[in-house]
Design a protein around this ligand. Structure first.
Ligand code: GDP
Ligand code: MG
Length: 598
């Protein structure tokens, strides 16, 4: 039977341990991609992924491997991202598989996302195939890493493949182990269709393209399908697999991973985690699907041109098909007009969403400073969720404010434990515990306010540990903190989009810092602009942007047209992202000023 020769697996690891490069070698060795079409990290096919050198999206491909036992196996490989902000992509990928190839860097060893991702795979009862990669590095210590995998993760690593994705070592052995260890899928071909939607993307011509794992039954063009949770029905126009380019198939059957199109234009009806079934012979019960993601941070997204509001809504709906962790709802700001309050899993996620909206949908956006969700306990005994600092109720009506805390896991060489603890402490962290992973590495756990972690904590952590620390975090609980809202006034008017929340202890200093920063960021205009920071009615900082007198370029010697042109160009670009707030033009960076701490 066909299923015996199918293997479905995801490649998971900490960021940069070599997942995508390993996928390259597998594609090569199985002749899935022509030599002349080959390029590094081939599956990172989004421009943004290539520019940043990171995987953002899961990517499923089918390939054929002729094993030593003489049989040809159909592999469905899913490459996944390693960054904590994209772990939803990982967990959705794992649900489509029977196995997970766990890549661990032979020089770095087990890191924070190694653990986080392997736990996701173990939760799904997947077979783990460990690979120790980068054995070509002079600093590689495969035997120590083998021991670490056993001690820290608690899985058998005695047969871990020693590999170099870069040099092409160990690839065949890995493929053989996948054949031997990853179980073949099961599932009746004759049962009613049940296929799990694990991803989707909007295509202008084909409508929504669903990425599915078929668990039971078969699906082919012409079939009438129903999405079990939404109830909507469609007729299948095409089924196929990506290899890595789309290849049409006559049908997809139980055990396979592929795509379905059905001229789905109604994009709000499609959800990842939903089950596809057949209208003629429907399944009675949907597959478990996925837990909904809870956004970690919220920020406002506004078109620089107010007329583009409807375009932005459409773009968000389409992007959400391909980014299931994205959430949004309409919001309006006195300063910025109509836009959306969007929920993200972290700052990188937010950055990627903004970039994708601009590139893929040709929009120009202003993003406001991100904020966590606060819980305001009101004097009347009710609790209000505050996703936008400007919505924080008046001080007089608040009894207390709670903020989200995370459990942060930091893995670091023992030499840097002091530096890590100092940093955590300075960000209001509460020490939880510390474990030695081996003689030289430590796992430090802190409970920290999420608001202190999401902004520049990771950069600070890296710089204070020479890049050696890795971080993972998960939401823990809400705790009461002494928090206050700081308002910013431009030209005497409160700008709602610039309000932020801070611990009382730092509030006045932050108010002063931000007023000073805004003074530098907001361009001079032909009138004086006072900037004030206020806590309630109390003004805690005040600066002024002087009115300009001359054109900046008039000072430049006319004999240097090159330089003059450059300067004008720079001025132009700086002005591009502006929003007029009352009579004042405020550039994009100003809205982010509250994020930087010195
Ligand atoms: P991913 O984030 O896990 O997908 O990692 P990538 O595949 O993008 O690789 C991260 C970096 O490690 C890239 O610069 C690769 O060239 C490099 N790399 C991957 N595998 C190896 C290896 O076996 N040896 C060495 N020396 N470098 C590797
Ligand atoms: Mg990658």
């Amino acid at each position: 039977q066909h299923q015996r020769y199918i293997r479905n697996f995801s490649i998971v690891a900490h960021i940069d341990h070599g997942k995508s490069t390993l996928a390259d070698r597998i594609l090569e060795l199985t002749d899935t991609v022509d030599k002349r079409d080959m390029q590094d990290q081939l599956l990172d096919n989004m421009d943004l992924e290539r520019e940043r050198g990171i995987t953002i999206k899961l990517n499923a491909v089918e390939l054929n491997y002729k094993a030593k036992d003489g049989h040809t196996y159909e592999f469905h490989l899913i490459d996944t991202p390693g960054h904590v902000d994209f772990s939803y992509e990982v967990s959705r990928s794992l649900a489509a598989c029977e196995g997970a190839v766990l890549v661990v860097d032979a020089a770095q060893g087990v890191e924070a996302q190694t653990l986080a991702n392997v736990y996701l795979a173990l939760d799904d009862d997947l077979e783990i195939v460990p690979v120790i990669n980068k054995i070509d590095l002079p600093s590689a210590d495969p035997e120590m890493v083998r021991k670490e995998i056993e001690d820290v993760i608690g899985i058998d690593a005695s047969e871990a493949v020693l590999a170099s994705a870069k040099a092409g070592i160990g690839i065949e052995e890995l493929l053989e182990q996948i054949v031997a260890k990853v179980p073949a899928p099961t599932g009746e071909l004759t049962a009613p269709l049940r296929a799990l939607i694990f991803d989707s993307v909007y295509d202008d011509y084909r409508g929504v393209v669903l990425s599915v794992r078929v668990f039971e039954g078969t699906v082919k063009p012409g079939d009438k399908i129903r999405l079990m949770n939404s109830g909507s029905e469609y007729e299948v126009t095409e089924v196929g697999v990506n290899s890595p380019n789309p290849i049409k198939r006559d049908m997809l059957m139980a055990g396979e991973v592929g795509y379905i199109t059905a001229s789905i234009k109604d994009i709000t009806e499609t959800r990842v985690g939903d089950t596809v079934t057949a209208v003629s012979n429907p399944a009675t019960e949907a597959l478990p699907g996925y837990r909904e993601m809870v956004p970690m941070v919220y920020a406002g997204l506004y078109p620089t041109d107010n007329a583009k509001y409807v375009d932005l809504r459409e773009a968000l709906e389409k992007l959400k098909l391909n980014d299931a962790a994205l959430e949004f709802e309409p919001e309006s700001s006195q300063a910025l007009g109509f836009g959306f309050r969007c929920g993200f899993l972290g700052m990188l996620h937010m950055d990627v969403v903004q970039e994708r909206l601009e590139r893929e949908f040709n929009l120009e956006l202003i993003t406001t400073a991100p904020s966590v969700t606060y819980h305001a306990n009101l004097a009347d005994g009710t609790q209000k969720k505050v996703e936008n600092p400007s919505d924080m109720p008046e001080v007089a009506s608040i009894r207390s404010i709670e903020e989200p805390f995370v459990k942060a896991t930091i893995m670091v060489p023992s030499d840097y434990v002091g530096a890590v603890m100092e940093l955590c402490q300075s960000r209001r962290g509460q020490f939880v515990t510390m474990d030695y992973l081996d003689d030289s590495r430590v796992n430090v756990i802190y409970k920290m306010p999420l608001s202190e972690i999401i902004f520049d904590f990771f950069d600070k952590l890296k710089s204070s540990t020479r890049g050696y620390a890795s971080l993972d975090y998960e939401l823990d609980d809400y705790q009461e903190s002494d928090l206050v809202k700081i308002d910013i006034l431009l030209n005497g008017e409160k700008v709602d989009a610039l309000s932020f929340i801070s611990h009382r202890q730092f509030a006045e200093r932050r108010g002063r810092e931000i007023a000073t920063k805004l003074k530098k960021l907001i361009p001079r205009q032909n009138f004086e602009i006072p900037i004030q920071a206020a806590i309630g009615a109390k003004i805690v900082a005040r600066t002024t942007i002087k009115a300009y007198r001359k054109d900046v370029t008039s000072k430049i010697h006319t004999g240097d047209p090159d330089r003059r042109a450059k300067l004008l160009d720079k001025q132009k670009r700086g002005k591009e992202r502006m929003k007029s707030v009352g009579t004042v033009n405020v550039p994009q960076e100003a809205f982010m000023a509250v994020l930087q701490t010195d």
